[in-house]
Design a protein around this ligand. Structure first.
Ligand code: ADP
Length: 259
């Protein structure tokens, strides 16, 4: 009964996620469809005019081309948004299935993950400082840890304080006791209000709509930390000073019992 309860809770969560995804995609796809239809109508109308044999004035042609150009831009922007959303949705699905439990050094996983962000970090004028003991090992899910790191790096870059020098992201880790290590991700970015902080894990909550935000990043981080890695997470933030994400993780995550 316990197992099926968990399954039905998972199904409900999945249903809510799918509904959310459909809702989020509806706007850009709907916009593209409307605009493409209007564009097709415009082209058909223009063709008719030409077929009727009546000449078309240069100024009319220019006006039509300008409208067509605007329509194409709207379609490209809307589809770009849809593509961004799909990229972030893919992150939800990937790791849970492909990630294998094994012994790994946190420092190594951090290095590998950060290497994939080198160019983006440079573009965002962000520097990452890592202070993690090489000996710190987990018997857990490295792909999930990497995904958490990726999402937190993404957020730190997205919320770096523009126009105030370099963004500095500091990653530290320390063993708390025999069973637990604590990871800290600190940035010196824009920080957030307590109102934002209260909604940070809500799926689709974002203050970066249209600027690369999907509102799924922290929801995914929360689900992975608590669900897969069996840890806890808390966030501290000071507006205009920065944000620190504090994650406590068990050093050993037991093999899940087959359902
Ligand atoms: P997204 O980053 O796509 O907007 P997230 O779920 O990752 O979605 O984050 C939700 C919101 O929490 C962000 O829109 C932002 O307001 C806030 N937030 C998350 N991380 C940070 C951070 N490092 N600094 C400041 N604000 C943050």
């Amino acid at each position: 009964a316990q197992a099926s309860l968990i399954t039905s809770e998972k199904m409900a969560a999945l249903g809510a996620l799918v509904a959310g995804i459909a809702h989020e995609l509806n706007t850009p796809i709907g916009n593209s469809l409307l605009t493409a239809t209007a564009l097709a109508d415009m082209v058909a109308q223009f063709k008719r005019k030409l077929a009727d044999g009546g000449g078309v004035r240069k100024s009319t042609l220019e006006a039509h081309l300008a409208d067509a150009g605007t329509a194409c831009n709207i379609i490209a922007t809307s589809l770009g948004k849809a593509a961004d959303l799909i990229t972030s949705f893919k992150q939800v699905a990937v790791d849970q299935t492909s990630d294998k439990r094994r012994t790994f050094a946190l420092a190594g996983v951090l290095r590998d993950t950060l290497a994939t962000y080198a160019a983006q970090l440079r573009r965002a004028s962000c520097e990452v400082r890592v202070d993690v003991p090489e000996t710190l090992e987990f018997d857990s899910y490295p792909g999930s840890v990497s995904q958490v790191v990726s999402n937190l790096i993404n957020n730190a870059m997205l919320h770096a304080f523009e126009g105030r020098g370099r963004g500095i992201i500091t990653i530290t880790a320390a063993v708390l006791d025999d069973d637990t290590a604590e990871l800290r991700f600190a940035d010196n970015g824009v920080g957030m209000s307590s109102k934002t902080l209260n909604q940070i894990y809500d799926p689709f909550f974002t203050t970066k709509m249209g600027q690369g935000g999907s509102g799924l990043g922290m929801n995914i981080v929360y689900n992975i930390v608590t669900g897969v890695l069996k840890g806890t997470i808390r966030v501290e933030s000071v507006p205009e000073h920065g944000t620190t994400v504090i994650i406590a993780l068990p050093l050993r995550v037991p093999q899940p019992v087959a359902a």
